[in-house]
Design a protein around this ligand. Structure first.
Ligand SMILES: [Zn+2]
Length: 397
């Protein structure tokens, strides 16, 4: 079930960049047969192994600096309530969200205002924004499972957001980790622009994964089918400016893993003709080689563990863990996956069928090695592991 990432010849077919519609798109990396939805939970290993698979071919647009999967097929994506990618079980992530909500409320004096969150998940962040400023929140997410109202001031609808909701007149629109899943960001942004057309001075906050973190810092296991788009600061700015939204602030967040943009409506159009992305070229050029090197290093490591009869577990069944497992599935040393999200316990990993257990499983079936998928969680994971008296070696993947 593991599949190769054979370097493809760079080719220029008739690709059309989803951010700028430019056709100067060069493909530079490919990975075949990866799970189409890595955050879907499966009830049995057999079902998980039959999960739909798809091909990823990354193209780089030289006009706006965008990276995207030119092989992406939107027909294959169906988000439903068995989709689970909440990160808020991590104390580190919780603290991050608290600070972010506080910053937005303070900076834009959001008190007694209307807030709309597109793709709000189970509504944790929206609830924070409402609590901190006494605001009213409306969230939209087809994977939402709860009651329509959370407390007095937050409503959530289990559906996609569209322009029929313009009557909400939001003072703040939040959209986190959604844009990278949308195959046609231009119509999406047009729709957003329509919904805020009559609002005097709304603030827009978007958060997406940072492609520089993937390409430069080699966070390679972040490349997943669910992500059509991999935004760079250049392409994110381009998309916003194209829709007359001015980036008030565009920064790295969460140790460089995310990009956050605060934007406001601009009275005038932007001239995008002199937009010249320059950040990615060097990383794109060497990416297939560097990815191959990293993958080979881990293959060697797992091969030697398997040979010595030592066992390993992967900590984290999010995108990174699922990608890593699918690329390394021929090595039997990895027995199971640990996750702190209780909704994932007793479920199985798309593609490989590895079982997902709570951290307490480590005491019942202690591994020799724990593979940590995200550097930002290494400290809290190490602490949880040592608290349980587990002496396993902890390795950062
Ligand atoms: Zn482009």
């Amino acid at each position: 079930m593991a599949h190769s990432d054979a370097a493809q010849d760079s080719s220029r077919e008739n690709y059309c960049c989803p951010v700028c519609t430019g056709t100067d798109v060069e493909t530079f990396f490919s990975m075949s047969e990866m799970p189409v939805l890595c955050n879907v939970l499966y009830d049995s290993p057999e079902e998980a192994r039959k999960a739909p698979m798809g091909d990823i071919t990354l193209g780089f647009c030289e006009t706006c600096g965008h990276v995207y999967n030119v092989d992406f097929d939107p027909q294959r994506m169906v988000y439903s309530d068995n989709y689970e990618n909440a990160l808020h079980f991590s104390p580190r992530f919780q603290a991050y969200q608290e600070n972010l909500a506080e910053r937005l409320v303070k900076t834009y004096q959001l008190s007694g205002k209307n807030i709309v969150e597109i793709g709000c998940g189970q509504g944790e962040f929206l609830a924070l924004l409402c609590q901190k400023g006494g605001n009213r929140g409306t969230g939209f997410d087809p994977s939402y499972r709860g009651a329509e109202k959370i407390g007095e001031s937050v409503r959530i609808f289990p559906e996609y957001f569209d322009e029929t909701h313009a009557d909400l007149r939001p003072d703040l629109v939040v959209c986190r980790h959604v844009l990278e899943h949308i195959d046609q960001p231009i119509p999406f942004m047009n729709m957003l622009a329509k919904t805020i057309a009559d609002v005097p001075d709304p603030v827009i906050f978007f958060e997406v994964p940072n492609v520089l973190f993937t390409l430069r810092d080699l966070s390679v296991w972040d490349i997943i089918y669910e992500h059509v788009s991999y935004f760079s600061p250049d392409s994110l700015r381009y998309l916003f400016r194209r829709h007359r939204l001015e980036d008030v602030q565009l920064t790295d967040l969460y140790d460089g893993q995310f990009l956050g943009i605060d934007a406001r409506k601009s009275a005038t159009e932007f001239d995008l003709s002199d937009h010249s992305p320059d950040q990615l070229g060097a990383f794109i050029e060497r990416f297939t080689e560097r990815f191959g090197h990293k993958k080979a290093t881990w293959a060697r490591e797992l091969k030697s563990l398997s040979k010595e009869g030592r066992t390993a577990v992967v900590w984290g069944s999010g995108s990174k863990g699922v990608t890593f497992l699918n690329l390394m599935s021929q090595y039997p040393c990895i027995e199971y996956v640990v996750d702190i999200n209780p909704r994932k316990h007793g479920k199985f990993v798309a593609g490989t069928g590895h079982p997902i257990h709570p951290p307490t499983r480590l005491q019942e079936a202690p591994p020799a090695v724990i593979l940590v998928m995200n550097p930002i969680y290494q400290d809290e994971i190490t602490e949880m592991v040592r608290e349980q008296g587990i002496q396993a070696e902890i390795m950062l993947v």
